[in-house]
Design a protein around this ligand. Structure first.
Ligand code: RP5
Length: 166
């Protein structure tokens, strides 16, 4: 019998309204058979739960956290302040400012408290970056990543064929 594997990546967000963006991270993890959990942990509206989540994440077996929020997006940075795990921030675009507010809130961290920030709305890259972090200690997973990268090259090559054939 295979041992039950708990989640190794935590996906958190400031609101369930972020899920349409954040679900792309979950889909990327699922493509690589990475066990994950997803939850709403608002930095501003649930500060105690947010701190508890960050403080307990490593002890619960998580290896990385993907945190997304819009507007004054303090969730990724606050989690990075209380966990030793790598934190990947996803700026979620809202109605105003096109996500620039969220991007700057997440990316402008002080030295000593890193958050790896992906492009505005690009939760898929957050999922893929988490896979790469896990793959650094997992040869089989790294091989899957190499194969995925090769598939990207093939797609790009085929797209280029349309141009070359003109
Ligand atoms: C942020 O406020 C959340 O991350 C979300 O992007 C935004 C709006 O939240 P809701 O008003 O939809 O709950 O904290």
């Amino acid at each position: 019998m295979n041992p039950v594997v708990g989640p190794v990546v935590g996906i958190v967000m400031g609101s369930d309204s972020d899920w349409p963006v954040m679900k792309a991270a979950a889909e990327a993890l699922a493509e690589f058979d990475i066990a994950f959990e997803a939850d709403v942990v608002s930095a501003h509206r649930m500060p105690d739960e947010m701190l508890t989540y960050g403080r307990e994440a490593a002890g619960r077996g998580l290896k990385a956290i993907i945190a997304g929020a819009g507007g004054a997006a303090h969730l990724p940075g606050m989690l990075a302040a209380v966990t030793p795990l790598p934190v990947i921030g996803v700026p979620v675009p809202l109605k105003y400012l096109d996500g620039m507010d969220s991007l700057l809130s997440i990316v402008q961290m002080p030295a000593g408290v890193p958050v790896a920030t992906v492009a505005i709305g690009n939760a898929r890259n957050a999922g893929l970056l988490a896979v790469r972090i896990l793959a650094a200690g997992d040869d089989a997973l790294q091989q899957k990543m190499v194969e995925f990268q090769e598939s990207l090259r093939t797609v790009a090559h085929d797209k280029g064929k349309v141009v070359r054939d003109q």
